[in-house]
Ligand binder design. Structure first.
Ligand SMILES: NC(=O)c1ccc[n+]([C@@H]2O[C@H](COP(=O)([O-])OP(=O)(O)OC[C@H]3O[C@@H](n4cnc5c(N)ncnc54)[C@H](O)[C@@H]3O)[C@@H](O)[C@H]2O)c1
Length: 265
C-alpha cells in the first residue's frame, strides 16, 4: 500500500495561506461569510460587489481582526467594470489564486409571468458574470501556473422547481459551464468546480420569501423537503473553502452538492 508522506498533512497551517481570493457578491450572505472565513485561513481577500457600504464594512471588519481584505466596486455583468476590478486586485495583491464567482440573484415567476428583462437580468448576473470574470482572471492564473475557480450553482441547477424557470435554467447552465471550463483549462492547472447549496437563509432568501403571499407555508415545506433541514451560510462557506484550498487539488469539473440531502431523494 502507498505510504502517505507526513509532509502532506500540515497541522495548524492556515488553509489558504497567502492565496489571493476574489469573491464576487461578497458584501453579504454566503459571499460575506466566505470572505471572513477565507481571511481567517490566511487569504488576501478582494470583496467585489455593487453594495458599497456593506462591502466596505465586510472588508474593514476583516482588517480590524488582523486579516487582509479590500473592497472593489464592480458590476459583474459589465465587461469594463470586471476588467477594472481585476486590474485593481492585481495592482494591490500582485496575483489571483482563487476566483469565487458567487454573485447571484433569484426571481419567482413562470415563463408567462416573467418579463424578457427579468430573464436577461437573471442570466446576466448568474451566468454571464462568470464568463466575464473568468475571461479576465484565467490569463492571470495561466501565467502563474494555476488557480481555482468556484462557480456558484444551486440545488436548483440539478432539479426542476415550478415557478423558477429563469433561476433553475441559469444554475443548470452554471453546472455545464463549469464542466466545459474544467476540461479546457486543466492543461493550465486551473481547476473549475461548482458549488450547489441547498436552501440557506441569507438576505437573498429573506427578500425572496418576503415577496411570497404564503411565506410560512413555503418555509415549512422547504424545511421538510431538506432531510437535514435548512443550512447556514457557514455550511456553504466551508465547502467553498475546501474548493479554494489545495485540499481539493485533484477535483475539477465537479458539482459539490451541499444541500442537506435535498437532491438525494
Ligand atoms: N441562499 C440560498 O438559499 C442559495 C441557495 C443556492 C445557491 N445560492 C447562490 O449563492 C449565491 C449567493 O447567494 P446569497 O443567498 O448569499 O445572496 P445575497 O443576495 O445575500 O448575496 C448576493 C450578493 O451578490 C451581489 N450582486 C448581485 N448582483 C451583482 C452584480 N451585478 N455585481 C456585483 N455583485 C452583485 C449582491 O449585491 C449581494 O451582495 C448566489 O449565486 C445564489 O444564487 C443561494
Amino acid at each position: 500500500m502507498r505510504k502517505v508522506s507526513k509532509h502532506r498533512i500540515t497541522k495548524n497551517r492556515p488553509r489558504l495561506s497567502g492565496k489571493v481570493c476574489v469573491i464576487t457578491g461578497g458584501a453579504r450572505g454566503i459571499g460575506a461569510t466566505s470572505a471572513r472565513l477565507f481571511a481567517s485561513e490566511g487569504a488576501l481577500v478582494a470583496i467585489v460587489d455593487i453594495k458599497d457600504t456593506l462591502g466596505r464594512s465586510v472588508a474593514s471588519g476583516i482588517v480590524q481582526r488582523g486579516g487582509r481584505a479590500i473592497y472593489v466596486h464592480c458590476d459583474v455583468t459589465h465587461s469594463a467594470d470586471v476588467a477594472a476590478m481585476v486590474r485593481a486586485v492585481v495592482a494591490r495583491f500582485g496575483r489571483i489564486d482563487v476566483l469565487f464567482n458567487n454573485a447571484g440573484t433569484a426571481i419567482v415567476g413562470d415563463v408567462v409571468q416573467l418579463s424578457e428583462e427579468d430573464w436577461d437580468r437573471t442570466f446576466a448576473i448568474n451566468v454571464k458574470s462568470m464568463f466575464l470574470c473568468s475571461k479576465h482572471v484565467v490569463p492571470i492564473m495561466r501565467k502563474q501556473g494555476g488557480g481555482s475557480i468556484i462557480n456558484m450553482g444551486s440545488e436548483s441547477g440539478l432539479i426542476g422547481l415550478p415557478m423558477h424557470p429563469a433561476y433553475c435554467s441559469s444554475k443548470g447552465a452554471v453546472v455545464n459551464l463549469t464542466r466545459s471550463m474544467a476540461i479546457g483549462h486543466a492543461v493550465d492547472r486551473i481547476r473549475v468546480n461548482c458549488l450547489c447549496p441547498g436552501t440557506i437563509p441569507t438576505p437573498l432568501y429573506q427578500e425572496f420569501m418576503a415577496a411570497l403571499p404564503n411565506k410560512l407555508e413555503v418555509e415549512s415545506f422547504l424545511k421538510k423537503e431538506h432531510p437535514l433541514g435548512l443550512g447556514s451560510e457557514v455550511d456553504i462557506a466551508q465547502a467553498a473553502l475546501y474548493l479554494a484550498s489545495d485540499e481539493s487539488k485533484y477535483m475539477t469539473g465537479a458539482p459539490l452538492i451541499v444541500d442537506g440531502g435535498y437532491t438525494a431523494k
